[in-house]
Design a protein around this ligand. Structure first.
Ligand code: AMP
Length: 112
C-alpha cells in the first residue's frame, strides 16, 4: 500500500516515536494522545481493518506486543485499555489495522 500512512511509518518514510517492535508488528506513540500513555500497535503487513484479517496469529502478535508496551510504559500492573476501532461507526480514521494501548490514568467506561 504505497500511500497508506501507517505503511509509510513502517517503511520509515514518515517519522514516528517507536516504543517497541517485533518481527511482525511495530508500536509507536500516537501523535494526538488521548491519555498519558497512548501507543499504537500495528502489523507491518497492511490490513484495512479488523474486518480484513483472518489470521489469528496477526491479532495475537498485536496483543502480545501491546503487553510489552504496557510493561515498557510501566502500566502493566496499574491496568490499561486495548482498543481496535473498526469502520466508520467504530471511529476508525486510519485504514491500516491498529490497536490503541491507553493508560496512565483511570479510564472511564463506556468511553462515549
Ligand atoms: P483511529 O481513529 O482508531 O483510526 O486511530 C488513528 C490514530 O492514529 C489516531 O489516534 C491519530 O491520532 C493517530 N495518528 C494519525 N496520524 C499519526 C501519525 N503520523 N503518527 C502517529 N499517530 C498518528
Amino acid at each position: 500500500m504505497d500511500d497508506c500512512l501507517f505503511c509509510r511509518i513502517v517503511r520509515g518514510e514518515i517519522p514516528s516515536t517507536k516504543v517497541a517492535d517485533s518481527a511482525t508488528c511495530l508500536a509507536f506513540r500516537d501523535i494526538a494522545p488521548k491519555a498519558p500513555v497512548h501507543v499504537l500497535v500495528i502489523p507491518r503487513t497492511h490490513y484495512d481493518s479488523a474486518n480484513d484479517v483472518s489470521d489469528a496469529a496477526v491479532v495475537g502478535e498485536m496483543v502480545l506486543l501491546a503487553k510489552e508496551v504496557a510493561r515498557a510504559e510501566r502500566i502493566l500492573d496499574a491496568g490499561y485499555r486495548m482498543v481496535i476501532n473498526t469502520g466508520v461507526d467504530g471511529g476508525q480514521t486510519v485504514g491500516h489495522l491498529h490497536l490503541h494501548v491507553l493508560g496512565g490514568r483511570g479510564l472511564k467506561w463506556p468511553p462515549g
